[in-house]
Design a protein around this ligand. Sequence first.
Ligand code: SF4
Ligand code: SF4
Length: 363
Amino acid sequence: MSEYMIFNLVPTFHEAPISLNLFLKDTSSFLKRLNAEQADKKYILYPKQSKEMKRYLEQAEGDTIITYLPMETAGAFVYGNKTAVVRVIDGEKPLPTGVNDELPVFSAEEFSDIDIKTVIIGGNAKKKGTFTFSKKITPRAILDQCSSVKEWKGIYFGYPMGKMLGANQLDEEIELTTDYIHIFDETDCILDQLYKIAERYSKESCGRCVYGFEGVTQINMILSDLVMKKGKSEDIELLLDLCSVMETQALCDIGASAARTVLTALQNFREEVEEHVAKKNCRAVICVKYVTYHILADLCTGCTDCVDACEDDAILGKKKFVHVIDQDECIQCGACMAACEEGAIVKAGAVKPKTPKKPVPCG
Ligand code: SF4
Ligand code: SF4
């Protein structure tokens, strides 16, 4: 008989509480199976913020075998690491000490069915929400359920997988272990998305290992420079070198998964990322520093709404005059575009529309 078993309902992604939902959906059959397991002590870890769990515990009958342990977080990557989770039963913080998949720690999902995986799909998928797939699956089979190949540009498999795949890997079988998948389309910039993912990893990294913590910090700084138009051509090679070492040397899956995300993104979308440096162009017209706003003369009615919306006084014009944006003053906030009911304000990347240099009468 094993000394203890831990059932971990704390999500890695707060937006994808897969195990918690599975447990709450059918607590009685879950607990029946749990009680049949041979172990001296059984623990259920759950996110303290969960109102549904609180309601359940208020009504639950006392159980001397199972100890419920509330965790302060609504979700964190460390709860995907078994060495981190076992520390909790000794009253310690959940910090990884390595990787040990033999430890008796289970998600509700692992305990219920080892062949299927429930995930939340987000991003620019046609259909979003909860999906259930076979654990061995191809990206194409996932896309068939939530999007179409036409509308799709990239697919991100979150922690602990850390993969950003493109069109050339649609039919490669993968082992689905993440709770969260994000779909990108042509309106998404891969660099911008990669930076957002890296920012999340930098908040999740516990600081225990140099390769994980320092590596994620460095990734974040390099990507920030690229997004802010301060990148250099050698930054891409630097990222590749850094992430190749991190992937094997980080103490746990958090550092390795962050590195893998960057490596796979560069493997599949290098041209798009490089374009930011080489051509000063964001092809999706998303990265603010690569974007300019312009007012189209044939659509502007000179209503002045955009002038009122611009807090930086960057728009020149008066009633019934075609307005003009002063590019030296504009901070690319986009407030004018949202305010213009005529659709006269557009965003541009490397190719800019022709517009008057000064306000001219409309029509
Ligand atoms: S750009 Fe739009 S909001 Fe601004 S003056 Fe012209 S029509 Fe009005
Ligand atoms: S993008 Fe923002 S700062 Fe630039 S002109 Fe429009 S409102 Fe003003």
